[in-house]
Design a protein. Structure first.
Length: 741
């Protein structure tokens, strides 16, 4: 997103208001005839760097009223420099009238351009799917419902796009029983990847039917990394007013005994997000108890079991219709914007940090009496502050003008927070490789959070290791150079040391244990500075070469998906990557680089041992877990070896071979490394096969750290003396194992 200089934006927008109110109404900013509006959504439809506005117009409370034109207002901030909107609804959408109740947006066909879907109520129309014409005609749309799977009329008041089956495209969940419609089930439409949808009744076959379905949310309620379904209803539906349906991971939903407590049948809306800072997702509902708002706490953390508890209702008895989560005081927790139908102004609640809310008071937003049905939060003027947009309906038609409240408060300076990441359990050399992340920022409204995600990565085919020793006298190598994806191996001679990188946004830390080591892998080319504490030294790491950049996909509900392609033709040893997240205000978070070994971590034997002079077949074996960081715990050995003989363990990082060698077979490729001389032990007298060899290979790796890295595949074979053999040589079969940690 492009950003105007803050000073320019403020000059262009300076209103004739006192500075007391943080959110100031911009009179007459939105053009067009005021209509009954049920929904608003912001999106940069023409990719010019500013946010445009969709509105869902169409009259009727519980029966269909007059159909109205679907609305698109185009932001003229870029390139004019002044925030203003032009009504280009017919020009960009065509003449499209419906009883619209919501607009949702997303790139459904994967072409990089925002598409839109209008939810229509009372079975008067199919959902209107607008496909962006893209580079050929940016921000102009073709209505393609019929050709993309929407052929049946539904009574929908809301929906969300989300990758519910984790296949890399946006599916759709719609509610289908708006006010006045008989009880039905929600509807699931699976995307084929090209933006063609298939309605799949079986995906919701376990769901009970409910009436008065209002809002749809997709979020990971149970922390299993898929999108569960939360459906809010303005009705008493058999004692469980609302839907909580858990995703089985492939987009099929099942009921759960965990229900959303509510003693109100007047809940129009709510939002799902972490309100108390414990990393599970809570809810904030309008009319949770009678007409009073309230928090519904998720008990997953710390109990480990999904369940919900209604906290004490807030002191507000207004008839309200919309919730947005928005950290307007920039203190790191979600505050709440309430779109109020009956109040003299919108209500804003301030989060105390643990989900306890206080009314922010009348002074924070311009007091206007109007019937708000929906709201959204978006930075319309690119000044680093998120503004509030409200949509009006019901009540008096004289109050139906939609509004923008410009934020004159503090600029957002908080970076997105990476809450958690998930890597695949098994990562084989042939890609692609999928990684997920959960990320939160200052805004969350119906799945929108204004975060752009990307990743940089290298598929490492060979390991480059540079060593830095941290001692009381300094760093052994204060300026090192590695290729992208290479390793700097830091060793603390005494005492635990903390290495802190100082190049924003690369400001992560690495702990080097006392008398231990830690590997630092870096991806993006450039020069990195760091400090070491408490040693008090500093150094630089220069990264050369190049890295591949990919975009991350918002799957929905603050979940992001990254798919890394194999750039090494199956020859990679490790995937080294970093994730980056940028918000609309320009704040950027980059994760510490991660290394995934591309290897089969299982142990396997191969090749043929050489029968020794007594007719015994020496056999290789292993136990434990190979580790580049553990000092012990992985033993390689051999049995049926001649007693009281010397031998050693050959090993290689270059793969397997089968070459004739001293009357047997050499099974490991050159160049080969060898352990120290070992003794087979066994019987003290005579000549038998009671000997055996044993070697803790983790200790071998620890003694030679520069040779090994996560992702390496190692082959090994024991050699020993056999005086009665023509070549005086004995050889076991061979062992292959990967270093996955």
């Amino acid at each position: 997103m492009q950003h105007l200089p803050h000073a320019l934006a403020l000059v262009a927008l300076a209103p004739a208001f006192a500075a007391a109110q943080q959110f100031q109404h911009q009179v007459g900013l939105l053009p067009g005839t005021p209509r009954w509006t049920e929904g608003v959504e912001a999106a940069d439809v023409d990719r010019d760097g500013d946010l445009d506005l969709f509105f869902a117009d169409g009259e009727g409370f519980n029966v269909a009223g007059t159909k109205r034109q679907n609305v698109l207002l185009v932001n003229q901030l870029v390139p004019s420099g002044t925030l203003s909107f032009t009504d280009e609804s017919v020009a960009r959408l065509g003449t499209r009238l419906s009883n619209a109740k919501a607009v949702i947006t997303g790139d459904v066909n994967g072409d990089g351009w925002i598409d839109a879907l209008v939810c229509n109520a009372w079975d008067t129309d199919v959902p209107f799917l607008y496909i962006n014409q893209g580079a050929a005609n940016p921000g102009f749309f073709t209505m393609e419902s019929a050709t993309r799977g929407f052929t049946a009329a539904v009574s929908s008041g809301g929906g969300q796009f989300g990758d519910i089956d984790d296949d890399g495209d946006l599916d759709l969940v719609l509610n289908d029983a708006y006010l006045g419609t008989a009880a039905r089930r929600p509807r699931v439409y699976f995307n084929n990847g090209a933006g063609v949808f298939t309605y799949t009744a079986a995906a919701m076959s376990a769901a009970p039917t409910k009436t008065a379905q209002m809002e749809t949310h997709l979020a990971d309620l149970d922390n299993d990394w898929d999108l569960d379904f939360i459906g809010l209803a303005r009705a008493a539906n058999g004692g469980t007013n609302h839907y909580v349906l858990l995703n089985n991971g492939s987009g099929t939903y099942a009921t759960t005994t965990s229900t959303i407590p509510s003693n109100s049948a007047s809940t129009y809306a709510g939002e799902v997000g972490d309100l108390d800072g414990d990393s599970d997702l809570d809810l904030f509902l309008v009319s949770s108890s009678s007409f009073a708002e309230g928090t519904i706490r998720n008990n997953l953390a710390p109990s480990g079991s999904l369940g919900f508890t209604a906290l004490t209702a807030l002191a507000d008895s207004n008839d309200d219709n919309e919730i947005c989560l928005f950290d307007w005081d920039i203190d790191g927790d979600y505050d709440v914007v309430v779109g109020s139908l009956s109040n003299t102004r919108e209500t804003l609640w301030t989060n105390g940090g643990s989900g306890n809310f206080t009314n922010a008071g009348a002074a924070i937003i311009t007091a206007i009496s109007d019937p708000t049905l929906d709201a959204t939060v978006a930075d319309l003027d690119n000044d680093g502050r998120y503004d509030i947009v409200t949509a009006q309906g019901e009540g008096s038609s004289a109050q139906w003008a939609n509004k923008v409240y410009r934020n004159t408060g503090p600029v957002d300076t908080r970076k997105p927070v990476i809450v958690a990441t998930r890597e695949p359990a098994t990562v084989l050399p042939a890609g692609p490789w999928k990684v997920h992340a959960k990320v939160r920022d200052q805004v969350l409204d119906n799945g929108l959070n204004w975060i752009a995600a990307s990743a940089r990565y290298v598929v490492r085919t060979q390991t480059t290791v540079e060593s830095v020793l941290i001692s009381a006298s300094g760093l052994s190598n204060a300026a090192v150079t590695i290729p992208a994806g290479g390793i700097v191996r830091m060793t603390a001679i005494s005492g635990t040391q903390t290495v802190r990188f100082t190049n924003a946004p690369y400001d992560h830390t690495v702990t080097v244990p006392g008398a231990g080591m830690a590997d630092v892998a870096l991806v993006t080319p450039g020069t990195y500075t760091y400090t070491v504490q408490p040693a008090g030294f500093g150094g630089t790491i220069t990264v050369t070469g190049s890295a591949t950049t990919i975009a991350g996909q918002l799957s929905g509900g603050q979940l992001y998906r990254f798919l890394f392609a194999d750039t090494a033709g199956g020859a990679g040893k490790a995937l080294v990557y970093e994730l980056a997240f940028s918000d609309a205000a320009g704040n950027r978070t980059v994760s510490a680089p991660r290394t995934l070994a591309l290897t089969d971590c299982s142990l396997s034997t191969y090749c043929t041992a050489k029968t020794n002079s007594l007719g015994c077949v020496p056999t290789i074996l292993a136990s434990g877990t190979p580790s580049t960081v553990a000092g012990s715990g992985f033993s390689v050995g051999a049995i049926d070896v001649l007693n009281q003989k010397s031998g050693l363990f050959f090993y290689s990082l270059s793969g397997a071979v089968a070459q004739p060698f001293q009357g047997g077979t050499m099974c490991i490729a050159a160049p080969r490394q060898r352990s120290a001389i070992l003794s087979s032990g066994g019987s003290l007298g005579g000549n038998d096969c009671s000997g055996l060899f044993g070697l803790d290979f983790n200790a071998e790796m620890r003694a030679n750290p520069a040779r090994f890295a996560v992702g390496d595949t190692i082959t090994g074979q024991f050699w020993s003396r056999d005086p009665a053999d023509p070549f005086q040589t004995s050889l076991t079969d061979a062992l292959r194992f990967g270093l996955c940690q």
